[in-house]
Design a protein around this ligand. Structure first.
Ligand SMILES: NC(=O)c1ccc[n+]([C@@H]2O[C@H](COP(=O)([O-])OP(=O)(O)OC[C@H]3O[C@@H](n4cnc5c(N)ncnc54)[C@H](O)[C@@H]3O)[C@@H](O)[C@H]2O)c1
Length: 281
Protein backbone atom coordinates (compact mmCIF):
# COMPACT_ATOMS: atom_id res chain seq x y z
CA UNK A 1 0.00 0.00 0.00
CA UNK A 2 1.62 3.23 -1.11
CA UNK A 3 -1.06 5.80 -0.36
CA UNK A 4 -2.52 6.23 3.12
CA UNK A 5 -4.38 9.56 2.91
CA UNK A 6 -8.16 9.07 3.05
CA UNK A 7 -7.82 5.31 3.57
CA UNK A 8 -9.42 3.43 6.47
CA UNK A 9 -7.45 1.69 9.24
CA UNK A 10 -8.79 -0.75 11.84
CA UNK A 11 -6.60 -1.13 14.93
CA UNK A 12 -7.28 -3.59 17.75
CA UNK A 13 -5.75 -2.90 21.13
CA UNK A 14 -5.83 0.65 19.82
CA UNK A 15 -6.24 2.36 23.18
CA UNK A 16 -2.74 1.70 24.52
CA UNK A 17 0.91 1.00 23.72
CA UNK A 18 1.63 0.04 20.10
CA UNK A 19 -2.01 0.29 19.03
CA UNK A 20 -2.35 3.85 20.23
CA UNK A 21 0.97 4.84 18.62
CA UNK A 22 -0.17 3.26 15.35
CA UNK A 23 -3.48 5.14 15.58
CA UNK A 24 -1.61 8.42 16.11
CA UNK A 25 0.52 7.60 13.09
CA UNK A 26 -2.56 6.77 11.00
CA UNK A 27 -4.06 10.11 12.01
CA UNK A 28 -0.89 11.94 10.92
CA UNK A 29 -1.05 10.11 7.57
CA UNK A 30 -4.62 11.41 7.08
CA UNK A 31 -6.30 8.02 7.53
CA UNK A 32 -9.75 7.37 9.00
CA UNK A 33 -9.55 5.13 12.04
CA UNK A 34 -11.72 2.41 13.54
CA UNK A 35 -10.29 2.05 17.03
CA UNK A 36 -11.06 -1.16 18.93
CA UNK A 37 -10.22 -2.04 22.52
CA UNK A 38 -11.67 -3.91 25.48
CA UNK A 39 -10.69 -1.11 27.90
CA UNK A 40 -13.70 1.22 27.57
CA UNK A 41 -12.21 4.18 29.46
CA UNK A 42 -8.86 4.12 27.60
CA UNK A 43 -10.74 3.66 24.31
CA UNK A 44 -12.92 6.71 24.94
CA UNK A 45 -10.01 8.95 25.95
CA UNK A 46 -7.76 7.82 23.06
CA UNK A 47 -10.56 8.34 20.55
CA UNK A 48 -11.31 11.79 22.00
CA UNK A 49 -7.65 12.83 21.73
CA UNK A 50 -7.39 11.60 18.13
CA UNK A 51 -10.59 13.45 17.21
CA UNK A 52 -9.34 16.61 18.93
CA UNK A 53 -6.26 16.37 16.70
CA UNK A 54 -8.56 16.36 13.66
CA UNK A 55 -8.80 12.62 12.84
CA UNK A 56 -12.00 10.85 11.77
CA UNK A 57 -12.41 8.12 14.39
CA UNK A 58 -15.02 5.53 15.24
CA UNK A 59 -14.41 3.85 18.61
CA UNK A 60 -15.80 0.33 18.93
CA UNK A 61 -15.70 -1.48 22.25
CA UNK A 62 -14.36 -4.88 21.24
CA UNK A 63 -13.12 -8.00 22.96
CA UNK A 64 -11.08 -9.52 20.12
CA UNK A 65 -11.39 -13.02 21.58
CA UNK A 66 -15.11 -12.82 20.80
CA UNK A 67 -15.91 -13.43 17.12
CA UNK A 68 -19.24 -11.56 17.32
CA UNK A 69 -17.43 -8.48 18.65
CA UNK A 70 -14.98 -8.54 15.72
CA UNK A 71 -17.88 -8.92 13.26
CA UNK A 72 -19.56 -5.90 14.89
CA UNK A 73 -16.27 -4.01 14.56
CA UNK A 74 -16.23 -4.71 10.82
CA UNK A 75 -19.86 -3.59 10.45
CA UNK A 76 -19.23 -0.41 12.41
CA UNK A 77 -16.17 0.35 10.26
CA UNK A 78 -18.07 -0.15 7.01
CA UNK A 79 -21.03 1.90 8.27
CA UNK A 80 -18.77 4.76 9.34
CA UNK A 81 -16.29 4.81 6.45
CA UNK A 82 -17.58 2.53 3.67
CA UNK A 83 -14.43 0.43 3.34
CA UNK A 84 -11.29 -0.86 5.04
CA UNK A 85 -7.72 -0.79 3.79
CA UNK A 86 -5.35 -1.41 6.70
CA UNK A 87 -6.14 -3.88 9.49
CA UNK A 88 -3.75 -4.09 12.44
CA UNK A 89 -4.55 -7.11 14.62
CA UNK A 90 -2.55 -5.93 17.58
CA UNK A 91 -4.38 -6.56 20.89
CA UNK A 92 -2.35 -8.82 23.16
CA UNK A 93 -1.73 -9.93 26.74
CA UNK A 94 1.21 -11.55 28.43
CA UNK A 95 0.75 -14.12 31.20
CA UNK A 96 4.00 -15.57 32.58
CA UNK A 97 5.05 -18.73 34.38
CA UNK A 98 6.84 -22.04 33.92
CA UNK A 99 4.71 -23.86 31.47
CA UNK A 100 3.40 -26.69 33.68
CA UNK A 101 2.18 -24.20 36.30
CA UNK A 102 0.07 -22.09 33.94
CA UNK A 103 -3.61 -22.61 34.66
CA UNK A 104 -6.27 -23.46 32.12
CA UNK A 105 -7.50 -19.88 32.65
CA UNK A 106 -4.07 -18.49 31.63
CA UNK A 107 -4.15 -20.54 28.42
CA UNK A 108 -7.72 -19.64 27.63
CA UNK A 109 -7.17 -15.93 28.22
CA UNK A 110 -3.97 -15.57 26.19
CA UNK A 111 -5.02 -17.89 23.37
CA UNK A 112 -8.33 -15.97 23.24
CA UNK A 113 -6.78 -12.52 22.88
CA UNK A 114 -3.44 -13.18 21.15
CA UNK A 115 -4.44 -15.98 18.79
CA UNK A 116 -8.24 -16.03 18.43
CA UNK A 117 -8.14 -12.23 18.20
CA UNK A 118 -5.90 -12.50 15.15
CA UNK A 119 -7.88 -15.45 13.75
CA UNK A 120 -11.11 -13.44 13.98
CA UNK A 121 -9.42 -10.39 12.47
CA UNK A 122 -8.19 -12.41 9.49
CA UNK A 123 -11.42 -14.42 9.15
CA UNK A 124 -13.68 -11.35 9.23
CA UNK A 125 -11.67 -8.66 7.39
CA UNK A 126 -9.86 -10.61 4.64
CA UNK A 127 -13.02 -11.45 2.65
CA UNK A 128 -14.21 -7.83 2.90
CA UNK A 129 -10.88 -6.54 1.63
CA UNK A 130 -10.71 -9.12 -1.17
CA UNK A 131 -14.17 -8.15 -2.42
CA UNK A 132 -13.12 -4.48 -2.43
CA UNK A 133 -10.31 -5.57 -4.80
CA UNK A 134 -8.28 -2.50 -3.86
CA UNK A 135 -4.81 -2.25 -2.36
CA UNK A 136 -4.86 -3.23 1.28
CA UNK A 137 -2.71 -4.61 4.05
CA UNK A 138 -3.16 -6.75 7.17
CA UNK A 139 -0.55 -6.44 9.94
CA UNK A 140 -0.60 -9.09 12.67
CA UNK A 141 1.31 -8.29 15.84
CA UNK A 142 3.32 -11.29 16.98
CA UNK A 143 6.63 -10.78 18.85
CA UNK A 144 10.19 -12.05 18.75
CA UNK A 145 8.56 -14.65 21.01
CA UNK A 146 7.00 -15.94 17.79
CA UNK A 147 10.45 -16.71 16.38
CA UNK A 148 12.26 -17.90 19.53
CA UNK A 149 10.94 -19.55 22.70
CA UNK A 150 12.22 -17.70 25.79
CA UNK A 151 11.79 -19.58 29.11
CA UNK A 152 9.09 -18.60 31.62
CA UNK A 153 6.61 -17.42 28.99
CA UNK A 154 5.41 -20.58 27.29
CA UNK A 155 1.77 -19.52 26.95
CA UNK A 156 2.78 -16.27 25.27
CA UNK A 157 5.32 -18.04 23.04
CA UNK A 158 2.68 -20.52 21.83
CA UNK A 159 0.29 -17.72 20.88
CA UNK A 160 2.96 -15.72 19.07
CA UNK A 161 4.47 -18.68 17.16
CA UNK A 162 0.92 -19.44 16.04
CA UNK A 163 0.43 -15.84 14.85
CA UNK A 164 3.64 -16.10 12.79
CA UNK A 165 2.45 -19.40 11.25
CA UNK A 166 -1.01 -17.99 10.55
CA UNK A 167 0.39 -14.86 8.89
CA UNK A 168 2.99 -16.72 6.79
CA UNK A 169 0.19 -18.95 5.51
CA UNK A 170 -2.05 -15.94 4.85
CA UNK A 171 0.80 -14.49 2.78
CA UNK A 172 1.00 -17.64 0.63
CA UNK A 173 -2.78 -17.95 0.28
CA UNK A 174 -3.11 -14.30 -0.84
CA UNK A 175 -0.17 -14.62 -3.25
CA UNK A 176 -1.72 -17.70 -4.88
CA UNK A 177 -4.92 -15.73 -5.43
CA UNK A 178 -2.92 -12.90 -7.00
CA UNK A 179 -4.58 -10.57 -4.47
CA UNK A 180 -3.68 -6.89 -4.16
CA UNK A 181 -4.11 -7.45 -0.43
CA UNK A 182 -0.76 -7.99 1.35
CA UNK A 183 0.17 -8.89 4.91
CA UNK A 184 3.00 -8.54 7.41
CA UNK A 185 3.89 -9.96 10.79
CA UNK A 186 5.32 -7.64 13.44
CA UNK A 187 7.97 -9.23 15.70
CA UNK A 188 9.38 -6.68 18.16
CA UNK A 189 11.37 -7.28 21.34
CA UNK A 190 10.82 -5.25 24.53
CA UNK A 191 9.30 -1.78 24.17
CA UNK A 192 7.92 0.35 27.04
CA UNK A 193 4.10 -0.06 26.96
CA UNK A 194 1.49 -1.45 29.33
CA UNK A 195 2.18 -5.08 28.36
CA UNK A 196 3.73 -6.01 31.75
CA UNK A 197 0.43 -4.91 33.34
CA UNK A 198 -1.82 -6.78 30.96
CA UNK A 199 -3.50 -8.55 33.90
CA UNK A 200 -5.55 -5.32 34.15
CA UNK A 201 -7.63 -6.58 31.23
CA UNK A 202 -8.05 -10.21 32.34
CA UNK A 203 -11.79 -11.03 32.40
CA UNK A 204 -13.29 -11.93 35.78
CA UNK A 205 -14.25 -15.40 34.53
CA UNK A 206 -10.59 -16.22 33.81
CA UNK A 207 -8.99 -14.98 37.05
CA UNK A 208 -6.67 -17.31 38.99
CA UNK A 209 -8.70 -16.85 42.18
CA UNK A 210 -6.91 -17.69 45.41
CA UNK A 211 -3.69 -18.72 43.68
CA UNK A 212 -0.53 -17.78 45.62
CA UNK A 213 2.26 -16.72 43.28
CA UNK A 214 5.59 -18.54 43.72
CA UNK A 215 8.86 -16.63 44.17
CA UNK A 216 9.79 -17.80 40.66
CA UNK A 217 6.56 -16.33 39.24
CA UNK A 218 7.11 -13.01 41.01
CA UNK A 219 10.70 -12.89 39.69
CA UNK A 220 9.46 -13.52 36.13
CA UNK A 221 6.96 -10.67 36.49
CA UNK A 222 9.55 -8.29 37.90
CA UNK A 223 12.04 -9.21 35.13
CA UNK A 224 9.42 -8.63 32.43
CA UNK A 225 8.58 -5.21 33.87
CA UNK A 226 12.27 -4.24 33.97
CA UNK A 227 12.91 -5.53 30.44
CA UNK A 228 9.85 -3.75 29.01
CA UNK A 229 10.62 -0.48 30.79
CA UNK A 230 14.25 -0.49 29.66
CA UNK A 231 13.41 -1.00 25.98
CA UNK A 232 15.18 1.66 23.93
CA UNK A 233 12.71 1.96 21.06
CA UNK A 234 9.37 3.67 21.65
CA UNK A 235 5.91 2.59 20.54
CA UNK A 236 6.11 5.41 17.97
CA UNK A 237 9.30 3.83 16.56
CA UNK A 238 7.41 0.55 16.17
CA UNK A 239 4.58 2.38 14.37
CA UNK A 240 7.18 3.95 12.06
CA UNK A 241 8.63 0.48 11.27
CA UNK A 242 5.12 -0.82 10.53
CA UNK A 243 4.33 2.01 8.12
CA UNK A 244 7.65 1.54 6.29
CA UNK A 245 6.98 -2.17 5.91
CA UNK A 246 3.41 -1.64 4.69
CA UNK A 247 4.62 0.92 2.15
CA UNK A 248 7.35 -1.48 0.95
CA UNK A 249 5.04 -4.54 1.13
CA UNK A 250 7.64 -6.23 3.37
CA UNK A 251 6.38 -9.27 5.27
CA UNK A 252 8.66 -9.65 8.30
CA UNK A 253 8.87 -6.58 10.54
CA UNK A 254 11.81 -7.20 12.89
CA UNK A 255 12.55 -4.09 14.89
CA UNK A 256 15.35 -5.23 17.24
CA UNK A 257 18.39 -6.50 15.26
CA UNK A 258 20.17 -7.53 18.49
CA UNK A 259 17.75 -10.46 18.74
CA UNK A 260 18.72 -11.81 15.31
CA UNK A 261 21.53 -13.92 16.77
CA UNK A 262 19.01 -15.75 18.98
CA UNK A 263 16.73 -16.33 15.98
CA UNK A 264 19.69 -17.61 13.97
CA UNK A 265 20.76 -19.89 16.84
CA UNK A 266 17.26 -21.44 16.95
CA UNK A 267 17.22 -22.06 13.19
CA UNK A 268 20.73 -23.53 13.29
CA UNK A 269 19.88 -25.77 16.27
CA UNK A 270 16.92 -27.13 14.31
CA UNK A 271 18.92 -27.76 11.14
CA UNK A 272 21.88 -29.27 13.02
CA UNK A 273 19.68 -31.43 15.26
CA UNK A 274 21.04 -29.70 18.39
CA UNK A 275 18.99 -29.25 21.56
CA UNK A 276 17.58 -25.69 21.85
CA UNK A 277 19.93 -22.93 23.00
CA UNK A 278 18.37 -20.81 25.79
CA UNK A 279 17.65 -17.49 24.00
CA UNK A 280 18.09 -15.62 27.28
CA UNK A 281 21.24 -17.57 28.20
N1 LIG B 1 5.64 -4.03 24.43
C1 LIG B 1 6.41 -5.03 24.10
O1 LIG B 1 7.53 -5.17 24.61
C2 LIG B 1 5.94 -6.03 23.05
C3 LIG B 1 6.90 -6.79 22.40
C4 LIG B 1 6.48 -7.70 21.44
C5 LIG B 1 5.14 -7.80 21.11
N2 LIG B 1 4.22 -7.04 21.76
C6 LIG B 1 2.81 -7.19 21.38
O2 LIG B 1 2.31 -5.93 21.00
C7 LIG B 1 0.89 -5.94 21.11
C8 LIG B 1 0.44 -4.66 21.80
O3 LIG B 1 0.85 -4.71 23.16
P1 LIG B 1 1.46 -3.44 23.90
O4 LIG B 1 2.88 -3.76 24.18
O5 LIG B 1 1.12 -2.21 23.20
O6 LIG B 1 0.68 -3.57 25.33
P2 LIG B 1 -0.41 -2.63 25.99
O7 LIG B 1 -0.90 -3.40 27.16
O8 LIG B 1 0.13 -1.28 26.20
O9 LIG B 1 -1.56 -2.54 24.89
C9 LIG B 1 -2.40 -3.64 24.59
C10 LIG B 1 -3.80 -3.12 24.29
O10 LIG B 1 -4.65 -4.26 24.02
C11 LIG B 1 -5.86 -4.08 24.71
N3 LIG B 1 -6.50 -5.38 24.95
C12 LIG B 1 -6.20 -6.32 25.88
N4 LIG B 1 -7.07 -7.36 25.81
C13 LIG B 1 -7.92 -7.07 24.79
C14 LIG B 1 -9.03 -7.75 24.23
N5 LIG B 1 -9.45 -8.93 24.71
N6 LIG B 1 -9.66 -7.19 23.17
C15 LIG B 1 -9.27 -5.98 22.71
N7 LIG B 1 -8.24 -5.27 23.21
C16 LIG B 1 -7.56 -5.82 24.23
C17 LIG B 1 -5.47 -3.36 26.00
O11 LIG B 1 -6.57 -2.73 26.62
C18 LIG B 1 -4.42 -2.39 25.49
O12 LIG B 1 -4.99 -1.16 25.08
C19 LIG B 1 0.54 -7.22 21.87
O13 LIG B 1 0.07 -8.18 20.93
C20 LIG B 1 1.86 -7.64 22.47
O14 LIG B 1 1.91 -9.03 22.68
C21 LIG B 1 4.59 -6.15 22.74
Amino acid sequence: MKEFRGKVAVITGGAGGFGRAMAERCAREGMKIALADVDAAALASTAAELKAAGAAVVAVHTDVSNGNDVERLAQATLEAFGGVHLVINNAGVSPLGVVWENTAADWQWALGVNLWGVIHGVRVFTPIMLVQGAEGHIVNTASVAGLISPPGMGVYNVTKHAVVALTETLHHDLARRGAKLKCSVLCPAYVPTGIADSERNRPAALMNDGRVKSAEQLALESNLRKAVNSGRLSAADIAQAVFEAVREERFYILTHPKINSAIRARMEDILAGHNPTDPLG
